[in-house]
Design a protein around this ligand. Structure first.
Ligand code: GLN
Length: 257
């Protein structure tokens, strides 16, 4: 990160030196500054099929990765992707360390106090998941796994008294699934499509306890509230373009939607 900043600063200094010395073409009226900016985008790192490491190529792939790429291509945006996890991504955007994030992030009313969101590109809600045969009655007196800072965690909090369980928080979806498989927690809460994908692909031997998604919300790209309006505008324009030309549909279909 520091290296990137140093590089950006160095490039900016050279650019302004060129403008000052009149070396820039047409006097560097706008200096082409905006089109040269490389945006720093953060994402989750284990949230298939939205973002996950392809162990063959050692690259992050998935719906969000492809949407960002397609939008950037359409809008001529340069960006650098950092797959650090969901809570770290939110922190990076709030700290101004990242310009934006795309991470299967639900457009939740409360988040609008600190984030500005794009138009939605997907919709999903929360389900309880456990080992085969687990019922909601089995949660009583036990612990349930949830992911830090997520809608799933919030949903678990809202029904924990009703079902009599307590919550253990995990940083990553994969840690959460492992905890259920290992028997540390009796169940976890996850976005329906994400756990559906993990179950279908045979990655985790779990099943949904509830099958009707709760707290259904749109997924959106996000920037810090009041910042990076230009990036958000470009994202929305690019998203509209890939909705209109069928590219978004194609990306979703590639991952089974
Ligand atoms: N959609 C959920 C949320 O926004 C989970 C996102 C994630 O874990 N990447 O809270």
């Amino acid at each position: 990160m520091k290296k990137v900043l140093a590089l950006v600063l160095a490039v900016a200094m050279i650019a302004s030196a060129l403008v000052l010395t009149g070396c820039g073409k047409d006097g560097g009226k706008d200096g082409g500054k905006d089109s040269e900016k490389t945006y720093i985008i953060y994402s989750d790192n284990a949230f298939a099929p939205f973002e996950y490491l392809d162990t063959d190529t050692n690259e992050y792939v998935g719906v969000d990765m492809e949407i960002m790429k397609a939008v950037a291509e359409d809008q001529g945006i340069k960006y650098e992707m950092h797959n650090e996890g969901f809570d770290p991504a939110m922190g990076a955007v709030q700290a101004g360390q990242a310009d934006g994030m795309i991470a299967g992030m639900s457009i939740k009313e409360e988040r609008k106090k600190t984030f500005d969101f794009s138009e939605p590109y997907f919709e999903d809600g929360q389900v309880f998941v456990g080992k085969k045969g687990t019922t909601m009655e089995d949660l009583k007196g036990k612990t349930v796994a949830a992911k830090t800072s997520t809608v799933g965690g919030e949903y678990a909090e809202s029904v924990k008294d009703q079902y009599g369980f307590t919550i253990n928080y995990y940083e990553g979806s994969d840690n959460m699934y492992q905890a259920v498989l290992a028997g540390t927690d009796v169940a976890c809460v996850e976005d329906f499509s994400v756990i559906g994908y993990a179950i279908k692909s045979g990655k985790v031997d779990l099943e949904m306890i509830t099958t009707e998604p709760a707290n259904v919300l749109g997924y959106g790209f996000a920037v810090k509230k009041g910042e990076n309006a230009e990036l958000l505008e470009k994202f929305n324009a690019g998203l509209k373009a890939i909705k209109d030309n069928g590219k978004l549909k194609e990306i979703l279909a590639k991952y089974g939607y």
